[in-house]
Design a protein around this ligand. Structure first.
Ligand code: NAP
Length: 492
């Protein structure tokens, strides 16, 4: 099968010269091929999106929302199929695949509700017989650039608020995961979105991504991916005076205090660290543990890690699937070597798995380091694989300091039974998301999603906050006094 771009409501072959194969990371099987696109495809998509946007912005928002209800309904109807495609394409286990599709469905219905809200404000004017209000205005054509680790949820966090607010979009999915984008394009087509409102262009970040950022008619770039790429996107976007929303890497920690429910903490750590084989942006890769419970926690983690079944995520009994590709596998392994050189103690894992039944796939053994120094590379840099580093501390203050010592700021968590400690932690942990007595993953779509420092640039995906990325505030004054009234001057 060959996947084509979806531009102006029709399927079009990309104009680039190369095809790329989409490979199932569980077994190396080629799933389909994609023709990579070039600048001319982006130009064509933007032309269509610009043409469509004027009309689309005039469609009443509740009517725009009706398309989202229909998209949500179709996603729900196809949930199992979409989850299977997702698992085949990027490897996360099927239960998580279903969860991710559900996130997209939730986002569709939630944002459809915004079609009847999109609240602005009415406020009293300082002058008599004058009315003042603010409304959200659509921005125009927006560009969406998404990563492979959440190939559908992140796209829904961006595209659904964009269209309900009256924008049209060009979506460039990650080269690793075009199949989910293709499935979504089929749904956009089937619900009858007017041609040009939703456009999907396949291709590399360097070519298609750059063409989008440089295009004068794309006003917003909403990007999710690594901090390294995000920095490039911001630099180029800045030069072109784009509004750029960035959601980037993480180095998330679970804090386990001496009064924690250790069984619960272990469950939370394993789910956050090894779900999606450690490739969630919110994955737990550091455990900051109070010295009085460190030994006990190590033992319980080791015990539970023995029960993690590794394999093809389509097998319902598997808990840890493959990582996305060979370079990811090598990167993870190289960090394990760095950890050993840095003097961390390897308690479990640390191997590329090539046993029977795993051959052809990209599997890494769930790995546990202890006695990790808070400022070592494995405790500071994003590994993006199933590797946990245990760091010992002696107090809550020290735990918070260690948590905040990284350049990222996405998610953090604390396990404690002490309400005072819990409240101090949620105040002082400098991440965009904080969990108390839960792991570092599990965001719900009606809250803002994003992070501080090297994780973000102040914008948020999902929740009502996502609308701020895709709208401009317009302030409107209506003077019905019949005379010139000057603000700040005629107020005496
Ligand atoms: P990535 O390599 O940065 O790629 C992300 C997207 O950017 C892909 O579509 C990629 O295209 C594109 N891209 C690459 N170079 C580009 C350029 N020069 N200009 C414009 N676009 C470019 O990240 P990834 O490996 O896909 O995803 C993993 C990273 O995403 C991790 O760091 C993870 O923490 C982060 N992430 C963050 C969040 C969050 O909300 N904070 C959520 C999920 C993931 P190609 O596919 O063609 O390279």
């Amino acid at each position: 099968m060959k996947l084509n771009n979806y531009i102006n409501g029709s399927w079009q072959e990309g104009g680039g010269a190369d095809y790329t194969a989409v490979v199932n990371p569980a077994n190396g099987e080629t799933l389909c091929e994609v023709k990579l696109s070039g600048k001319s495809d982006v130009d064509e998509a933007v032309k269509a999106a610009k043409r469509a946007q004027k009309e689309w912005a005039l469609v009443p928002a509740p009517k725009r929302a009706d398309y989202l209800y229909e998209i949500g309904r179709l996603m729900k109807e196809r949930k199992e199929h979409l989850a299977q495609v997702l698992t085949k394409e990027m490897g996360k286990v099927i239960e998580e695949g279903r969860g991710e599709v559900q996130e997209g469905i939730d986002m569709a219905f939630y944002m459809a509700g915004e079609g009847r809200r999109l609240f602005g404000e009415t406020v009293p004017s300082e002058l008599q017989d004058k009315f003042a209000m603010s409304v959200r205005a659509p921005i125009g054509v927006v560009g969406l650039i998404t990563p492979w680790n959440f190939p559908v949820a992140i796209a829904t966090w961006k595209s659904f608020p964009a269209i309900v607010a009256g924008n049209t979009f060009i979506w460039k999915p990650a080269t690793e995961t075009p199949m989910m984008a293709y499935e979504m394009a089929k749904i956009f087509d089937e619900v009858g979105l007017p041609p040009g409102v939703a456009n999907v262009v396949f291709g590399s970040g360097g070519e298609v991504g750059t063409a989008m950022i440089e295009h004068p008619d794309i006003r917003v770039i909403s990007f999710t991916g690594s901090t390294e790429t995000g920095r490039r996107v911001a630099e180029l976007g800045g030069r072109h005076l784009k509004k750029v929303s960035l959601e980037m890497g993480g180095k998330n920690a679970v804090i386990v205090m001496d009064d924690a429910d250790l069984d619960l903490a272990v469950e939370g750590i394993l789910w956050s660290a090894f779900g999606t084989a450690g490739q969630r942006c919110t994955a737990c890769s550091r455990v900051i543990v109070h010295r009085d419970v460190k030994k006990e926690l190590e033992q319980r983690l080791l015990e539970q890690m023995k029960g993690l079944t590794i394999g093809d995520g389509l097998d319902e009994s598997v808990r840890v699937g493959p990582v996305v590709n060979a370079p990811a596998l090598e990167k993870i392994h190289s960090y394990v070597e760095i950890g050993k050189q840095e003097g961390a103690k390897l308690l479990a894992g640390g191997r590329i798995l090539e046993d029977d039944g795993l051959k052809g796939g990209y599997y890494y053994e769930p790995t546990l380091f202890t006695d990790v120094k808070w400022d070592s590379r494995i405790a500071q840099e994003e590994i993006f694989g199933p590797v946990i580093s245990l760091i010992e501390v002696g107090s809550l203050d020290e735990a918070i300091e260690v948590n905040n010592s990284v350049t990222y700021g996405l998610s953090s968590s604390i396990f404690t039974r002490d309400v005072n400690q819990a409240f101090r932690a949620q105040r002082d942990l400098d991440t965009g998301i904080v969990y108390v007595n839960a792991g570092t993953t599990g965001a719900e779509i009606h809250l803002p999603f994003g992070g501080t420092k090297g994780t973000g640039n102040g914008h948020r995906d999902s929740g009502v906050a996502a609308l701020d990325v895709f709208t401009e505030w317009k302030s409107i004054y209506v003077d019905y006094s019949g005379k010139l009234q000057r603000a700040q001057i005629d107020t005496e």
